[in-house]
Design a protein around this ligand. Structure first.
Ligand SMILES: [Zn+2]
Length: 109
């Protein structure tokens, strides 16, 4: 089954950082995402720590998705990215509230 998957993809051109896993035959958009789908300990071949490829559901749990070209990519939603998004949201909310009635404060002087 793995051999078949590899044959089907021989026409795909691998450019730049893109690569194909020799073990499961999946395509990866970067070395980073390839490394991410490998789990276990290098050099261990049996047991729970054995080095292996994650299955598709495990990869999705990690936030990995296939792009339009069929390559696995990793969504890097960092803590900083989330924070920036929240800040932008708060700033917009505050701006709208102030614009609702800007003359009210002046009247009470
Ligand atoms: Zn693999």
């Amino acid at each position: 089954m793995i051999e078949q998957a590899r044959e089907m993809r021989q026409g795909v051109s691998l450019s730049g950082d893109r690569n194909q896993c020799a073990e499961c035959g999946e395509l990866f958009n970067s070395v980073y995402s390839f490394e991410k789908h490998r789990t276990g300990t290098i050099g261990v071949y049996q047991g729970i720590d054995a080095r292996r490829c994650m299955d598709l559901s495990e990869m999705r749990i990690l936030g990995m998705v296939k792009n339009a070209a069929g390559f696995w990519v990793t969504e890097r939603l960092t803590a900083q990215g989330i924070e920036q998004r929240n800040e932008a949201f708060v700033m917009r909310e505050t701006g709208e509230t102030a614009a609702a009635d800007p003359s009210r404060v002046l009247r009470h002087l």
